[in-house]
Design a protein around this ligand. Structure first.
Ligand SMILES: [Zn+2]
Length: 354
């Protein structure tokens, strides 16, 4: 399947409430994107200072250190959005502050024009799909009627809207969804370290990538679309593997998982062998790193199982989870850089098991 045929970065949000889930991809080509969405000069000639003043007055957000917070101004003035929806964008201030790679022109355009529709799920669409973001049309559709799932879906899709642009729209789906879900978890959910609702294996693989090349490189690639910032780092320790083949293999494995198709053993093995070689080459003397690796490797080993979502929760119950923040500076302050393993408490709500 050609990469141009879909907008992976603007992909749908799935909740795994059944054992089988489906990939719902919004279809658009790069041509369309360039024609319709390249408004990169949207902010040129604007009085950023007065816009930031308006942001402070309306939301109380302190903007003095970061011009990118002008993106909040776009939400204030987007008449398509309700007050409740605008408030969600205002709550992205920490995410914007923690990310130096944001394209504020593109984000201003996307957030300033987006419209959110609460519509019945289209006929023939899986019940696991709670909403989606159509990058080309700059439209979010919310299908779920559950209040608790609705808010998380709004946050997830608005984050796609904030970050997706024509440069990063074709990054691997596992990375687009993995980073987006880690952001939702770290900034918005009561248990920030356990992926409870939608993309456990994308999140696990993305966290491993963070361990390999550093969360900052992962955030940069996710935000700018430049996968070479990850691959160049990987190439320093990859041994006999190949960074591009590894990323493509990972993308294929997770894509097959999401579309409910059988995992190709050869591709899966390439992914795992690459990870093994990389960690052994780079971290053979680092016990903590190897422990973290073995934990997530064990989690990824559930992928070929048919009952992979049940097995995911069994794994969490048996092995606990790491209290380790990757992107949120506030969480990093609270939890430090330690790799404390904790057990699952009763507070965890294993949506995946339903
Ligand atoms: Zn998504």
């Amino acid at each position: 399947m050609g990469r141009n045929n879909r907008s992976s970065g603007g992909g749908a949000k799935y909740f795994i409430i059944m054992m089988m889930i489906y990939a719902a991809l919004t279809h658009c080509s790069n041509e369309d994107i360039n024609l319709n969405r390249d408004k990169s000069n949207e902010l040129a000639g604007s009085n950023i200072e007065s816009m930031l003043e308006e942001v402070e007055q309306v939301t109380g957000i302190e903007t003095s250190n970061n011009d990118n917070l002008v993106i909040i101004h776009a939400a204030i003035n987007n008449s398509n959005l309700s007050d409740e929806e605008k408030a969600i964008v205002y709550s992205f201030a920490d995410i914007i502050n923690d990310n130096p790679y944001i394209d504020s022109n593109s984000a201003y355009s996307s957030i300033g024009n987006v419209d959110i529709f609460y519509v019945p799920r289209p006929d023939g669409t899986s019940e696991t799909i709670l909403g989606d973001f159509n990058f080309n049309k700059d439209i979010i559709n919310i299908y779920t009627e559950s209040d608790s799932l609705k808010r998380e879906t709004q946050i997830h899709e608005l984050l796609h809207c904030l970050f997706t642009n024509y440069r990063n729209v074709n990054i691997p789906v596992f990375l687009a969804e993995g980073v987006t879900e880690i952001l939702v978890n770290e900034y918005f959910t009561p248990n920030p370290f356990v992926e409870e609702s939608s993309y456990p294996y994308e999140v696990a693989l993305t966290k491993l990538l963070c361990e390999m090349v550093g969360p900052d490189r992962v955030l940069e690639a996710y935000t700018t679309g430049n996968m070479n910032v990850i691959k160049d780092e990987l190439r320093k320790y990859e041994g006999t593997g190949d960074a591009t083949t590894f990323i493509n293999a990972s993308d294929r494995v997770l894509e097959r998982l999401e579309s409910g198709r059988e995992i190709d053993p050869e591709t899966y093995n390439y992914m795992i062998n690459y990870l093994d070689t990389y960690f052994n080459n780079k971290y053979s003397d680092d016990n903590e790193k190897m422990e973290i690796y073995n934990y997530y490797r064990g989690m990824l080993a559930q992928i070929p199982n048919e009952d992979r979502y049940t097995e995911y929760w069994n794994y969490i119950y048996e092995n606990g989870y790491y209290e380790r923040a990757y992107f949120s500076s506030k969480l990093k302050l609270i939890y430090g850089n330690d790799s404390v393993r904790d057990n699952v408490s009763e507070e965890v709500n294993p949506v995946l098991k339903k």
